[in-house]
Every structure is written in structure tokens, then in C-alpha cells.
Design a protein around this ligand. Sequence first.
Ligand code: SF4
Ligand code: SF4
Length: 196
Amino acid sequence: MGKFKEHVIQPILDCWSLIVGLKITGKYFCKPLITVHYPRQVIDDENLSTYGGHVELIGKPKDPAMPKCISCMMCVTNCPSNCLKLVKQKAPKPTPEQEAAMKAAKEAGEKVVKPKAPKNPLKFTYDYTLCSLCGTCIDNCPVKSLRYSNNMYWVATSREEMNIDLLARLKEQATEVSAPAPAPKAEAKPSAEKEA
Ligand code: SF4
Ligand code: SF4
């Protein structure tokens, strides 16, 4: 019985396993490709919209280089991985006119109005090496100033590079968006492939 199983049953089972594997390979061999040959091809923008990369800032609609962030510290204090660091701006020194107005208000017993610190952050950094992409910072931002980046081609060659200056990145993005589009070439190539 042992030899019958070894020389008859087992080869049949092995052949059946091979047939099942070839059937699956054949099925996907005939389907259209869903992968791209990077860097000769890149993912189209529609599919990139659902990609969740590192966290980044969102700029104001009228001033894309200025973050919507109001330095409330909600994201910093709620991040479970302690990967966000924010430094608030300090209030500017009062001008001579403001100092005179403050002095007059104080002498008159009125409320002294001091210059206020700008709400946008002075520094805002994010350590991608620690981030678990949990989304807590994005979900809890009261002014919707954070999002996941859809730049899936971002790479770094050191840990230091993965500690991202979010304000500098936002400025870079605003510059890229406002830069004039390259002039169209005289003769367009018939190929639909995008250059990386
Ligand atoms: S996604 Fe989560 S871990 Fe990453 S920065 Fe935001 S709160 Fe922190
Ligand atoms: S939660 Fe939003 S507004 Fe508050 S510090 Fe973070 S990014 Fe800025």
C-alpha cells in the first residue's frame, strides 16, 4: 500500500497541483497588465489620488506656500509616535506707536492690547522613520492642514533625509505648481508612455 501511494497516488497529486498552478498562471497571463515598468512608465494621477505616503502640510488656497496650520499643537500632542515637532512663532516687538498706545491704555485703566504672534508655525518637522501612518494627526487637525502625500516616488538615502521639513516641502510644492508649464514640443511622439 505504501509503494502504491508513493508511485501512483503521489505523482497524480503532484500533476494536479501543477495543472492548478498553470491554470492560474494562464488566467493572469491573458489579463491586461496592472503594473507599470518604472521608470519608463509612471502611475497615472487618478490612481495616485488614493496613495497614502508620508504626512505633509496643506497650503492656503490663496497662498499655497503658507500652511493653513494655526499652531494649535493638537497633532503634535496626539501623535502616538512622537514624530511631529512644531515651534510656534513669538509675538513681534511692539513698534514705538504700539508702545505709546499700550502705555496710554494702561494709564487710562483700559485693556492693554499687545501685538499677537502670527498663527503659522515657525518650524514644523516630521520624522517619517517613526511614523506609523495612523492618520491621527490628519483626522484631528481642526483646520484640515495635514494630509498624506501622494508622491509615491519619494525616496531617501539616509535617516536624516527622512526627517522632513514640512514648511520647506510646502514651499517647494507651491513653487512647482506656480512654475510655468513647459512649452509643447513641435512634434509629439505617438507613444502614450509617460517619461519618468
Ligand atoms: S500619521 Fe500617526 S504616527 Fe504619523 S505623524 Fe500622524 S499621528 Fe504621528
Ligand atoms: S493640528 Fe493642524 S493646526 Fe494644529 S498644529 Fe497640527 S497641523 Fe497645525
